[in-house]
Write a protein that binds this ligand. Sequence first.
Ligand SMILES: [Zn+2]
Length: 109
Amino acid sequence: MLAGKKITELKSELSSDIICPKCDYKNSTKVIIIGVYKHLFQIPFISGGKTGKSICTNCNTTFELSSMPSNIKLAYYELKENVKTPFWFYIGIITLKALVLIKIFSKYI
Ligand SMILES: [Zn+2]
C-alpha cells in the first residue's frame, strides 16, 4: 500500500481503581492509548490523533473507545493527557519542510 493509516500503541497502564464490569475484578483493567498516523510510502506523514481501548487482564473483555463504560473512559482521558504525540508521526512533513527550506536557501548561496 502506497498510503494509508497505521496505528501504534503509545502507552498502556493498569488502572488500579477500575472494576471490570464483566468479572468484577479490581486492578485488572489495562487502558491503552493508541496513536493513529497517516503514512505515505511507509513514512509517517500526518498525525491522525489518538484513540484507545481497554482490556481486562482477567477475563479478556475489551472495549473500544466508543463503547467504553464511563469509568474506564475517564481513566483513558487521564492517561491520554500524559501522552504526547511522538515527533516521528510528523517525520514526513518535517523532511518535506526541510527540503523546501534547503531549496529556498540554496538560491542565495
Ligand atoms: Zn474482567
